[in-house]
Design a protein around this ligand. Structure first.
Ligand code: SF4
Length: 578
């Protein structure tokens, strides 16, 4: 058997077994479903690596770099949760002094747990009507939907009943719990306008219409760095669950179990093609489907208060860049219980309350920008160099807010803040590209996310933190001076008509010279640049037509500085800790 064709069900010999990654070997050794009964007797101070993997299938996260701390992730199907459950979480967070992070999958993370209290909090949550199961690991993660599902004026089909059926099918399912080749993300929207796009999902059911019937077009293979592809399939709402079941069956059988860097659904499609994947799904689905209908999508900027179908109002409570205090959550839950409001958690990391009689609220609610998605950052995630909450203050927040620019700010290239599905995407890194080792940001521009057209392009490799705000202001100023009313339209019609290399050079030249010049559509980028910057010496380098070389020179001129002798010594010094 060739290694390339190996899959879970084909694993027959010792050689086959050796090809599999560590997680697959664990799955073969013990089903997570059977591991569950061991959790109550675990010594959380003495966890083995295998325990850490298995615990993720039940929503408990701990890593070897920080053994003392535990985190619990809660799933809210479609972002919905009862007021009593929110109150329960608020009380637990208060009692155990936990930090709360809202996730971009409309879930919640409780940080600050330890080996003494993790089991107690885990049991309290899972013995209530909410669950932490399958919120990490190789599972179907929290299923997301439009925040206004069933209640907003842009909603045509309420999808919550289907989300619940899907969750019931997979939750604690012995054959799937922790056993998929890799995680799957799923978004379903029965609305023609959404607060966030769902094209980053592995499987996206998008509202569509065919022959005067509303249903769903199917998109496959999205992830944080890829747009889901049109599968040319139209389903009626009654068929969603069967298709979902067939889809999971196929991914479970055919997804790669060898290289975890290349085994998302996206990679399977790359390897076998979308037609072959559809053929597999068709075999498992056993019914026929129609070719795609018309996807119904429009871009809307939602207000703080939105009038609902029932003539009542919704209200968006802003988190502090995904953070929320236990006391705030307690206040929100108490208010919702008292006034009979409904609470939902959004994929935009905000909290929504529904059924207000008037567009007025009795609580203080302004924390951070509404159009920014932020990852957990170094306080909570070992992969992040940046403390996102603090470093976010270095961005031009007023301009971002005023222009409703969607900014995704990730702490590493895994991209939990979906920076490539944004108008402006940022990744906080550390680099010594400019000599001295310092915090620098990668910048991506021009995602066409609403209609799933393209991800944002990688423009800047490493902008030092101290210059980030000014450079972003120049980019936003360029948009403000354009004729477009949405940044996404500006991207489509202006930014994305230029090469990425040119945009890097253009904005760096503006940063250096402070010239107030603006992009115009042109068939010759070099002529445009020459015409506007010809009085500057760096333009002479354009003779070589090597834009990257000039950009590199500008980077050097602007930011190169060597480590001081003290810094150099520090880099070579080992730190001993007691
Ligand atoms: S983007 Fe990276 S640093 Fe941020 S939460 Fe995700 S894995 Fe952690």
């Amino acid at each position: 058997m060739s290694k390339k064709n190996l899959s879970y069900i084909e694993m027959n010999t010792t050689d086959d077994f050796e090809c599999f990654n560590f997680r697959e070997k664990l799955k073969k050794a013990k089903k997570p479903y059977n591991y569950f009964k061991e959790i109550k007797d675990l010594d959380f101070e003495q966890l083995a690596s295998s325990d850490r993997f298995f615990l993720q299938d039940f929503g408990i996260y701990n890593n070897e770099l920080n053994e003392e701390e535990f985190m619990l992730r809660i799933r809210f199907p479609g972002g919905r949760v009862s007021n009593d459950s929110v109150l329960l979480i608020a009380n637990l967070a208060k009692k155990y002094n936990l930090q709360i992070i809202l996730t971009a999958r409309a879930g919640m993370q409780l940080h600050g747990l330890n080996s003494n209290n993790i089991l107690e909090v885990f049991n309290k949550i899972n013995n209530s009507e909410i669950t932490t199961f399958q919120s990490f690991g190789d599972n179907i993660r929290n299923i997301t939907g439009d925040i206004f599902d069933g209640i907003g004026k842009y909603n045509i089909i309420e999808v919550y009943p289907y989300i619940i059926k899907m969750q019931e099918y997979i939750l604690n399912n012995e054959e799937y719990l922790g056993l998929l080749p890799r995680r799957l993300s799923l978004g379903i929207s029965g609305s023609c306008a959404n607060v966030n796009s769902f094209f980053a999902s592995d499987l996206y059911f998008a509202l569509a219409k065919k022959n005067d019937i509303y249903g769903f077009n199917v998109y496959l293979g999205g992830k944080n760095t890829q747009i889901a592809k049109d599968a040319n399939i139209f389903l009626e709402k009654e068929d969603l669950l069967d298709f979902f079941i067939a889809f999971i069956d196929v991914f479970n059988k055919h997804g790669s179990r060898i290289d975890r860097n290349n085994n998302r659904l996206f990679h399977l499609i790359e390897e076998i093609g979308i037609d072959k994947l559809k053929e597999y799904i068709q075999t498992s689905y056993k019914k026929t489907w129609q070719s795609k209908g018309e996807t119904l999508l429009e871009k809307i900027d939602f207000n703080e208060f939105e009038k609902l179908k029932n003539n009542k109002y919704s209200f968006c409570y802003r988190s502090l860049f995904a953070r929320i205090q236990a006391s705030e959550l307690y206040e929100i839950a108490s208010w919702a219980i008292k006034d009979n409001l409904e609470i939902r958690f959004g994929t935009d990391q905000q909290i929504y309350l529904f059924n207000l009689i008037k567009p007025k609220v009795p609580i203080v609610h302004y924390n951070g920008n509404r159009t920014m998605l932020a990852c957990a950052g170094s306080d909570f995630c070992p992969y992040s160099y940046w403390n996102i909450k603090d470093e976010i203050q270095c961005l031009p927040l007023d301009k971002i807010e005023k222009n409703s620019i969607l900014v995704g700010f990730s702490g590493c290239l895994k991209g939990c803040a979906k920076h490539e599905h944004s108008d402006i995407g940022l990744v906080g890194l550390k680099s010594d590209l400019h000599g001295k080792r310092e915090k620098t940001a990668r910048i991506y521009l021009g995602g066409l996310y609403t209609f799933g057209e393209s991800t944002a392009r990688f423009i800047f490799e490493a902008i030092p933190l101290h210059s980030l705000k000014e450079l972003l202001e120049i980019i936003i100023d360029e948009y403000e001076e354009s004729e477009y009313e949405q940044f996404e339209l500006f991207s489509k019609n202006i930014l994305n008509t230029f090469s990425a290399d040119f945009l890097a050079l253009w904005f760096l030249a503006k940063f250096k010279t402070k010239e107030k010049v603006y992009l115009k559509k042109t068939s010759n980028e070099i002529d445009l640049f020459n015409g506007l910057f010809n009085k500057y010496s760096f333009v002479s380098l354009l003779d070589s037509n090597d834009l990257r070389n000039i950009t590199k020179n500008l980077y050097q001129e602007l930011w190169f500085s060597e480590d001081s002798n003290e810094d150099k010594k520090l880099k070579n010094t080992y730190i001993l800790r007691a």
